[in-house]
Design a protein around this ligand. Sequence first.
Ligand SMILES: NC(=O)c1ccc[n+]([C@@H]2O[C@H](COP(=O)([O-])OP(=O)(O)OC[C@H]3O[C@@H](n4cnc5c(N)ncnc54)[C@H](OP(=O)(O)O)[C@@H]3O)[C@@H](O)[C@H]2O)c1
Length: 372
Amino acid sequence: MYHSYHSFARRCDMIGIIILPIAASYLIKECFIMAKMYYEKDCELSYLNGKKIAIIGYGSQGHAHALNLKDSGCDVCVGLRQGSKNWANAEKAGLTVKTVPEAAKWADIVMILINDEVQADVYKKDIAPYLEEGNALAFAHGFNIRYQQIVPPAGVDVFMAAPKGPGHTVRSQYVNGKGVPCLVAVEQNATGNAMKIALAYIAGIGGARAGVMETTFHDETETDLFGEQAVLCGGVVDLMRCGFETLVEAGYEPENAYFECIHEMKLIIDLINKGGVGMMNYSISDTAEYGEYVSGPRVLPYEETKKNMRKVLDDIQDGTFAGKWIAENKNGRTFFNSKRANLAKHQMEIVGAELRKNMLWGDDADPDTASN
Ligand SMILES: NC(=O)c1ccc[n+]([C@@H]2O[C@H](COP(=O)([O-])OP(=O)(O)OC[C@H]3O[C@@H](n4cnc5c(N)ncnc54)[C@H](OP(=O)(O)O)[C@@H]3O)[C@@H](O)[C@H]2O)c1
């Protein structure tokens, strides 16, 4: 009896081991919308054969896309405004540079990598007049299409190749044989090949090495704006600033407050980036982990914070945020500029600048080669 009970229990364990994960993965698939992913094997770079690609802008994303595509063997030129401070940089990097209208006229694929808030004016004046049927218009963020600031003609493909990381990381990862994951979306498929061309483009900038998630201009714009406002930029900066000010106002040295609340943020995020919150908790002390559980919800009350986040999302979804940002740019950016100037004077920025001078190693000052 004893023996057969145990073999029965062991058999149940085995069934559990085999069946439960299958059932769980089935349930997960049923409960969540699974994203469509593409990798290098799904992308054919040959869709860019014979195509001339103009990268408009040579900032964070522009320099990375142009150099990565060139290194992938594509026919690339950079489109810049007359007198651009980046003209000489792009030429020095071995790229052909033209004015924006010249580049748009020359190209089959026009990737717009200038600031989102100026794209509509530049598009109308310097790009739209030169678009021909069968060309492609590309973006790394959907703002201007989502909020109808740019309305492309029907005969062109409109796609998105949006790296989920800063341009300098897009370049440094590519050089290291790796890639930054990308989002792909097709808004207009005039040629019937828009998705193939978009995936080829993403393979050319190295993104397919890491994975490409299919989305829409609508969803990319809304989730991107939400992420940066509620968590990545708005949320994180205010969290660090609150922590810094709390310690300084309580009489601790600002240097100490900087190390605790700002410098260590990257070290913690690196662990989460590598192995999730579990890896961070494994690496920190049990005291820190206990503090995480008891004090996290005190500084960030869940339900209230989620209600506030929901309001931020509502403003993004109904166009309130976009309307305000477009008006801010038309009205000389007074709010934006005063906020930027005040931040530069904040003690955490001044103390941080001093401390960081002694914390640069090797190439760290160069964003393209800094350790990411
Ligand atoms: N940065 C990121 O991490 C990131 C990530 C994903 C997607 N994106 C998207 O990528 C796009 C580009 O962003 P970015 O951060 O790479 O921009 P950025 O670094 O600020 O570079 C802007 C470029 O646009 C040019 N430019 C600005 N105004 C112009 C005008 N009126 N006429 C012609 N050129 C003009 C600048 O020219 P000069 O060289 O003359 O100054 C510069 O080369 C945006 O759609 C953004 O949302 C950015």
